[in-house]
Design a protein around this ligand. Structure first.
Ligand SMILES: NC(=O)c1ccc[n+]([C@@H]2O[C@H](COP(=O)([O-])OP(=O)(O)OC[C@H]3O[C@@H](n4cnc5c(N)ncnc54)[C@H](O)[C@@H]3O)[C@@H](O)[C@H]2O)c1
Length: 391
């Protein structure tokens, strides 16, 4: 029997990736002890795939928390449920909670999560897995050692909306620079259609600049039409050189199986098997130099952090909630800057989601009315197939 038991709330696509990660922590100190999902098919399929006994599968996650008293709780629901589930979980006092990105929909929700965890002595992690890529860990070290001089700007651009795919790159930019404090944000959003992502208003496109206290800026380009898209990665411009980070995955015919689990987006294992790549140049490299590191599953490295923290061996985890909170604040400030048409000094005082507020109050009228969900294909049982879904 493993030393620690993880309970997973919301057993959809990303929960499968997390389950592999917990089970891949070196030495197998963690097992999947219990699961909860409101959808009976999701619960049964996941339970069968991971051999979770029927009596440890719950439709009501609160009942699961009460009865199982797990060591770790893993919140893998859509963004809009993160706050409620983390707050309810914190009250049951597991050792730690790992919650999927983005942390929440607003700063008010993010605050509630932090306060609930602090009051109950529960460690909160926000799951941005990509900084855990072996090569990206090395990239951070190289930047720290001055391989490209002093960082002037980190450029991010991805085809999805802010809260979804761009949140990863914002988190990455902060990570690569050693977690500087963001001082101000100036941004613009375009929303000509009633685009929704996982049930919540999203923008069609976004553009933002973030000023950090290390003197660098982060340039955020979201869903702009660009000939050379960076995607999940970044370009880091330094005084003495440049670095580029990218991600790759095996081809679809090599993905490991999810068995009989419903999988409209293909096997979830493509996430576990992803790799990061890094190259950089400076006056001594004679052109681009690739960064090599032995591959590991970034998600397992993230789960390992929670385990190491529980063992009292890790003081400053990469996925600490403070870091997820910082990324959240930048995104909310970008929305607020677009709404108020001015630069926003941090800390951000607005506690609601400024994009949703603008939509609700008619401050951002659309040209093409009618809401549509970009992740419609993952809505179980609705038979909805439209929408391209970004990434
Ligand atoms: N880190 C990454 O690279 C990455 C990639 C994909 C998704 N995500 C994140 O993961 C989260 C989940 O996305 P997904 O694509 O796995 O969603 P999904 O639709 O595949 O899974 C969500 C699950 O939640 C369940 N659920 C809904 N309401 C519930 C409730 N009240 N109680 C218990 N279960 C409930 C649903 O039945 C479903 O099984 C999102 O926040 C998303 O941002 C992260």
């Amino acid at each position: 029997m493993a030393k620690y038991r993880t309970a997973i709330i919301a057993c959809g696509n990303i929960a499968r990736v997390h389950a592999r990660a917990w089970l891949n922590v070196p030495g197998t100190p963690v097992e999947i002890g219990a699961i909860a999902d409101s959808h009976p098919d999701a619960l049964r399929e996941f339970g069968e795939f991971h051999n979770v006994p029927a009596e440890r599968r719950y439709r009501d996650y609160r009942e699961m928390l009460e009865k199982e008293r797990p060591d770790f709780v893993d919140v893998c629901s859509w963004h809009g449920m993160h706050a409620e589930m983390v707050v309810a979980t914190a009250a049951r006092r597991p050792r730690a909670i790992l919650c999927q990105k983005p942390m929440a929909l607003s700063m008010g929700d993010a605050d509630r999560m932090v306060v609930a965890c602090e009051r109950n002595g529960v460690k909160l992690f926000i799951a941005f897995q990509r900084p855990h890529h072996a090569t990206w860990l090395k990239a951070r070290d190289l930047i720290r050692e001055g391989a490209i001089g002093k960082v002037i700007q980190v450029v991010c651009d991805d085809g999805g909306n802010l809260l979804n795919t761009n949140s990863h790159n914002i988190r990455l930019a902060l990570f690569l620079m050693g977690e500087p404090r963001a001082e101000w944000v100036m941004g613009a959003v375009e929303r000509t259609t009633e685009r929704m992502e996982r049930g919540f208003p999203a923008e069609d496109a976004a553009l933002g600049v973030v000023g950090c206290d290390n003197g660098a800026t982060i340039l955020i380009m979201g869903a702009l039409k660009l000939a050379h898209r960076l995607g999940q990665g970044a370009r880091v411009i330094g005084t003495e050189g440049m670095m580029e980070l990218d991600t790759g995955r095996p081809p679809a015919d090599q993905w490991r199986t999810d068995g009989d689990q419903w999988q409209p987006e293909g096997s979830s294992a493509k996430y576990n098997d992803e790799w990061g790549s890094v190259r950089y140049l400076n006056a001594t490299t004679g052109g681009w130099k690739s960064v090599e590191a032995k591959w590991h599953d970034a998600w397992a490295h993230q789960a390992w952090e929670a385990y190491e923290w529980a063992e009292g061996r890790l003081k400053d985890p990469i996925s600490d909630a403070r870091n997820g909170y910082a990324a959240q604040e930048i995104m909310m400030a970008l929305y607020e800057s677009a709404r108020r048409k001015q630069r926003i000094e941090l800390p951000l005082r607005t506690r609601v989601n400024p994009l949703a507020y603008a939509v609700e109050h008619g401050e951002l009228p659309v040209e093409w009315p009618g809401p549509y969900e970009v992740r419609a294909r993952i809505v179980r049982g609705e038979g909805m197939t439209w929408g391209d879904g970004g990434q």
